[in-house]
Design a protein around this ligand. Structure first.
Ligand code: CTP
Length: 405
């Protein structure tokens, strides 16, 4: 039986050059037995004709809010409620702004505001429009409102520029639709995910410690993304100035040894992600009293090696999580070092980031990562830590599902 028999999608086609890809999307949806009703925005009509859309969808195409016959036959409220899912493709900067602002000036925006169903958007626009602060704000708002995103990808654009802003391919949009129609877009429901985050703090005496610059932002963003995809999420975190992501369980720790113990206590789990910046060494013997200053005398600290939390968990027999992911903070030969770390630590994937611009990654909101696994290297464009988290979590959900087959 076709994948989507009995389901229906309301597809809002926005006015962008990528609109032509929607014809293929409609064809793929119909092939899987999905009912497709289409609203064309006025701008979209400049890119695809109502006739070609109607021929492929087998349905009348809707475009005018004030069409009296439509209002009698099927009102705009009914149009959005009758569907199982609303899909906006291409979602232009203008459409995203109108959705984020709650506008309802035409049939497309009215249907999107009137719906009680989930909405999936496939953005497509010039790279500068996508990275503009206004679009960033609108995307964040829509994500908070529960709107799901697929893409955009990186690539050569119709305007001749290169970068993020290219609409996801029809097959990718189809996968996202399948996930949302199947399980309310909760591919990690029933899965347990363990995430380490932040720095560790290794005491010297009761008032002093050794630590590092980790802000915990990437790990916390991962926990938010895991919760959003339905996972039972355990965050084992060193001391940071961040709020606990709603829905995640927090296990606060200070030292590397405590972090290892806390992680072992949370097994078994399906996926473990080690985003913490764990101190490699600790002071060999922590003194019970504060070290006093005495003129001319400089204390020297004897150090000892800390346990490697990632390597220990990845090396477990029987209790090893099915997917073990490490992070690598590198300043040079990023991919080479990440490859070496993948083997040395025994994990399935290393997410490597170049921290040369330490001020930018440590404590910053953006990250540029390379995914290194036995399958090869996948380099992602510069994006926010939350975007890295969302994309990584979706990838891991897919990898886990593939492993289970
Ligand atoms: N890690 C860990 N326990 C440690 C050290 C590191 O779990 N004691 C994990 C980190 O959370 C990260 C990965 O190992 O996922 C890589 O950490 P990194 O500090 O970049 O590498 P190191 O192994 O410390 O190697 P080096 O400092 O030489 O680059």
């Amino acid at each position: 039986m076709a994948k989507f028999t009995g389901k229906s999608v309301l597809l809002v086609i926005g006015g962008g050059i990528a609109a032509y890809k929607c014809l293929e999307l409609i064809r793929l949806l119909k092939k899987e037995g999905c009912g497709v009703r289409v609203i064309l925005t006025r701008a979209a009509e400049a890119f695809v004709t109502p006739l070609s859309v109607a021929s492929l969808s087998g349905e009348k195409v809707h475009s005018d809010l004030f069409s009296l016959t439509d209002e009698v036959e099927i009102g705009h409220i009914e149009l959005s409620r009758a569907a199982d899912l609303l899909v906006v493709a291409p979602a232009t900067a203008d459409l995203l702004a109108k959705m984020a602002g709650g506008h309802a000036g035409d049939l497309a925006t009215t249907a999107l505001l009137a719906t009680d169903k989930r909405v999936l958007v496939a953005p497509a626009m010039n790279v500068r429009m996508w990275t503009h602060a206004a679009t960033r704000r609108n995307v964040e708002t829509l994500k908070r409102d529960g709107v799901a995103f697929v893409g955009p990808g990186d690539g050569e654009m119709a305007c001749g520029e290169y970068g993020p802003g290219r609409m996801a391919e029809p097959a990718e949009i189809l996968d996202a639709i399948a996930a949302m129609l199947a399980g309310g877009d909760k591919p990690l429901a029933g899965r347990k995910i363990l995430i380490t985050a932040g720095p560790t703090r290794e005491p010297i005496d009761p008032v002093r410690f050794l630590s590092n610059h980790s802000s915990g932002k990437q790990g916390y963003a991962l926990a938010e993304a895991a919760v959003a995809l339905g996972a039972e999420t355990i965050l084992v975190s060193g001391p940071v100035n961040l709020a606990i992501p709603p829905g995640a369980s927090m296990v606060p720790v200070e030292t590397a040894e405590q972090m290892l113990k806390a992680c072992e206590g949370e097994l078994p789990c399906d996926i473990a992600i080690f985003a913490a910046a764990v101190a490699d060494w600790r002071v060999a013997s922590v003194v019970a009293e504060k070290i006093k200053k005495s003129a001319g005398k400089v204390p020297s600290l004897a150090m000892t090696e800390n346990p490697d939390v990632l390597r220990t968990i990845a090396g477990l027999v029987g209790r090893r999580p099915r997917l073990v992911v490490g992070f690598a903070a590198e300043t040079e030969k990023v991919i080479d070092h990440a490859r070496a770390k993948l083997l040395a630590k025994g994990c399935d994937l290393i997410v490597a980031n170049d921290v040369t611009a330490a001020g930018k990654v440590f404590g910053g909101d953006r990250n540029r990562v390379h995914l290194v696994s036995a399958a090869g290297v996948e380099s992602w464009p510069d994006m926010t830590k939350r975007e890295v988290a969302d994309r990584l979590m979706r990838k891991l959900a897919a990898d886990l599902a593939a492993k289970a087959k």
